[in-house]
Design a protein. Structure first.
Length: 223
C-alpha cells in the first residue's frame, strides 16, 4: 500500500516516513500543500496523511481541493490544535479522520490501518485465501502449517494481492501501489519479486494462488 505524507516539518515527516516504511508501506513525502496536491492528483495513493499547518495552501484547503477534484483517497489530517472547530473544519473539508499532534506512532499506525481497511472488503487484520494466511500486524505469513518468511517488499506484494483477490492486476497498478515515486517502472523488477513470492507461497502446493494473465499481469485466486 502506498501513502503520501504532506508535512513541511522535516523531522516530523521523516519520523512518519521511517515508521511507515518499517511497516512495509511505500511512502512519498511532499513538503508543501501545492506539491502535495499535485502529487495526490497525478499519482495513485491508498492513503494521504496531511498536516493542517503547511506553507502555501494549508491542509484544509488541500483536502477541499482534492475532494473537489474527486480524488477519493482516504485522508488522515494531523492537527496541532485540539479545538472543536478545527476538528469540525477538518472533517467538513473532506478528511476521513484526524490525529492531534503530538501523537504516538502506534496511534498513527492504528488509524492508518483502520482507514486502509475501510476501502477494502477485508475488515479483519488477517488476510486469507485458501490455506494461506497473512497477519497484517505481525507481518507473518503461513500456508497450511508452513511458516513463510517474507522480505519487506514480498510482504507488501502479498498484502496487495490479498486485498485485491480475483482482480487482475497489471504491472503498472502493482508498481503504483507497492513502490514509491522513485521506482522505475521500466524494469522487470516486479516479475522478479513475484517469482520470489511464488517460490515461497506456491511451490510445493498443488493449488497455485498467483496466476499469470498473459499480456496483462497477475491475479491471485483459488483456481
Ligand atoms: Ca506543518
Amino acid at each position: 500500500m502506498r501513502i503520501l505524507v504532506v508535512e513541511d516539518e522535516k523531522k516530523v515527516a521523516r519520523f512518519i516516513q521511517q515508521g511507515l516504511e518499517e511497516e512495509r508501506y511505500a511512502v512519498d513525502v511532499a513538503q508543501d500543500g501545492e506539491r502535495g496536491a499535485l502529487m495526490a492528483e497525478t499519482q495513485i495513493y491508498d492513503l494521504i496523511v496531511v498536516d493542517v499547518m503547511l506553507p502555501g495552501i494549508n491542509g484544509f484547503e488541500l483536502t477541499r481541493r482534492l475532494r473537489a477534484a474527486r480524488v477519493p483517497t482516504p485522508i488522515l489530517m494531523l492537527t496541532a490544535k485540539t479545538t472543536t472547530e478545527d476538528k469540525v473544519e477538518g472533517l467538513d473539508s473532506g478528511a476521513d479522520d484526524y490525529l492531534t499532534k503530538p501523537f504516538a506512532f502506534a496511534e498513527l499506525l492504528a488509524r492508518v490501518r483502520s482507514l486502509l481497511r475501510r476501502g477494502s472488503l477485508e475488515k479483519s487484520t488477517t488476510l486469507t485465501i485458501a490455506n494461506l494466511e497473512l497477519d497484517t500486524i505481525t507481518h507473518k505469513a503461513k500456508r497450511g502449517t508452513r511458516a513463510i518468511d517474507l522480505t519487506a517488499k514480498e510482504y507488501a506484494l502479498l498484502e496487495y494481492f490479498l486485498r485485491n483477490k480475483d482482480r487482475v492486476l497489471s504491472r503498472t497498478i502493482i508498481s503504483e501501489h507497492i513502490w514509491d515515486y522513485n521506482f522505475d517502472t521500466g524494469t522487470n523488477l516486479i516479475d522478479v519479486y513475484i517469482s520470489h513470492l511464488r517460490n515461497k507461497i506456491d511451490s510445493g502446493f498443488d493449488r497455485k494462488l498467483i496466476h499469470t494473465v498473459r499480456g496483462v499481469g497477475y491475479v491471485m485466486r483459488e483456481e
